[in-house]
Ligand binder design. Structure first.
Ligand code: FRU
Length: 482
């Protein structure tokens, strides 16, 4: 176990030591989910980027592996993706695992390069013709290639360029042709530079009807504070993406402060679209408390789309594999919660899963849970039926002096059908993730409480609320082998 610091999560991915940011190169091959990540092996601060590496058979328990990609004469290794070249289009060898990444050099020179592995990602060779895609002179930002094989028979690369996503196609991963662009400062949130795109097709409500979803990290101006992950819904014709929503529609994958640079796995064996994000924010990632390591990832989430009155919208659920962490279980049914009572006075924990269903009454001001409760500390997760807002308030969560904007409340609005509010909450030492509205409203926030703050409370303000059901599980640590 790597638990050398009270705020190291028990079941969220963290690097063995030093700095981590974006997840990179997510690909499944021969029984293993590969996770590469932006890694600075010499410091707990961002710096000379490498690709760290880990593998998992279930996306819950992980084996750390040696660094996969080191800086070279073309620069340091920024974010990117990985694919299995099933048809050997690049000629690197049978079933080569190919990493497509950004080489970064001083002066903001950014170009796209390749590396390949013929031994399940254990050793890597850089392509000798690197870089394969040069930065156009007029484009200051040109990075984070996410590549997939399109059914029309070519590779597609989504690439972030300022406030635009560029699309390139290739027969062989080596020769790329610009095929389209989306954004140009006119769509969605443009409060900061766009980064780390992903593009995939999802079914709507499990039917054969599909839409394409383009996810984009935006470095500033997110719905909470600082950086955040937005998404667009529309169509993709093999060359370019078209949004089906008005230009000023802004859709957030997560309404908390800490879900960034999200990426999904290629070749997931059950055909699921599973996404994971950096549980952090560029606003304060460099100053959050750190001991020997800094940075963590969110839980993996399974994605789908659902039709709403406004159009097709993203649904995210924690992957079912996480149930393997469940330990001691307690259950309640049909409880009436009155202001000032405390049903959960004997519950303690810093690694918990809470699944609750409330019947909201419009007369109630707010209801929900306080978690990581200590003498002066608590984090509040609740619902405000008068505003139809799901919220997370980390103003009193613990340490926050490292950034003025850290303490605060983050909101996701949703209309609970028949007044039924479900909260599915994961608490893991230094983070809280909340899934609500059947996965349509998600909030992720990191927190820094003291180790002793382990209480859990149910609360209601302004009236009574009915708790239809409540399940609380103590969660066991996941395995992180080194
Ligand atoms: C996103 C990002 C990417 C870049 C990487 C550098 O968080 O800024 O655009 O490739 O991090 O570490």
């Amino acid at each position: 176990m790597l638990r050398n610091n009270p705020s190291r999560p028990c079941y969220h991915f963290t690097p063995p030591s030093n700095w981590m940011n974006d997840p990179n190169g997510l690909v499944y091959y021969q029984g293993e989910y590969h996770l590469f990540y932006q890694y600075h092996p010499a410091s707990t601060d961002w710096g000379t980027m490498h690709w760290g590496h880990a593998v998992s058979r279930d996306l819950v328990n992980w084996q750390h592996l040696p660094i996969a990609l080191y800086p070279d004469e073309h620069g340091t290794i920024f974010s990117g993706s990985a694919v299995i070249d099933w048809q050997n289009t690049a000629g690197f060898g049978k079933e080569a695992m190919v990493a497509v990444f950004t080489h970064y050099r001083e002066g903001n020179r950014q170009s796209q390069s390749l590396a390949y592995s013929l031994d399940q990602g254990r050793t890597w060779t850089k392509y000798r013709g690197n870089p394969v895609l040069h930065q156009p002179d007029a484009t200051p930002d040109f990075r984070d290639p996410k590549v997939f094989w399109h059914t029309e028979g070519h590779w597609v690369m989504s690439l972030a360029a300022g406030d635009t996503i560029l699309f390139h196609t290739s027969p062989n991963l080596i020769n790329w042709t610009l095929s389209g662009s989306f954004g140009s400062g006119e769509y969605g949130s443009t409060g900061g530079v766009w980064e780390t795109p992903d593009l995939f097709e999802l079914c709507v409500d499990g039917s054969p009807e599909t839409r394409w979803v383009l996810t984009v990290g935006v470095q500033g101006g997110s719905t909470a504070i600082g950086s955040g992950t937005q998404y667009f819904v529309g169509s993709f014709d093999g060359r370019t993406f078209t949004s089906e929503n008005p230009k000023d529609t802004v859709l957030w994958a997560d309404h908390g402060a800490d879900y960034y640079a999200a990426q999904s796995w290629s070749d997931e064996p059950a055909g699921r679209r599973i996404m994971i994000g950096w549980q952090n924010n560029w606003l304060y990632s460099g100053v959050i408390p750190a001991a020997t390591w800094r940075g963590s990832l969110s839980l993996p989430r399974q994605l789908s789309l659902t039709q709403t009155a406004q159009g097709a919208r993203l649904v995210q659920q924690p992957i079912p594999e996480l149930r393997s962490l469940r330990g001691r279980h307690q259950h309640w049914n049909n409880e009436t919660i009155v202001p000032g009572t405390d049903l959960l006075s004997d519950i303690k924990g810093e690694a918990l899963e809470i699944i609750a269903e409330f019947q909201a009454d419009a007369a109630v001001e707010r209801f929900g849970f306080r978690v990581r409760v200590g003498t002066d500390e608590f984090t509040t997760i609740g619902f405000d039926p008068r505003q139809n807002n799901l919220f997370m308030d980390r103003s009193h969560a613990g340490q926050s002096g490292f950034c003025n904007d850290f303490a605060g409340t983050h909101l996701a609005s949703f209309d609970p059908p028949h007044g039924i509010v479900q909260l599915h909450i994961f608490i893991d030492c230094a983070s809280v993730e909340v899934f609500s509205g059947d996965g349509k409203a998600v909030l992720t926030d990191i927190i820094f409480p003291s180790e002793q703050s382990q209480g859990v409370e149910l609360f209601t303000e302004g009236g009574t609320v009915t708790l239809n059901s409540l399940d609380i599980y103590q969660l066991n640590p996941a395995e992180f082998l080194t």
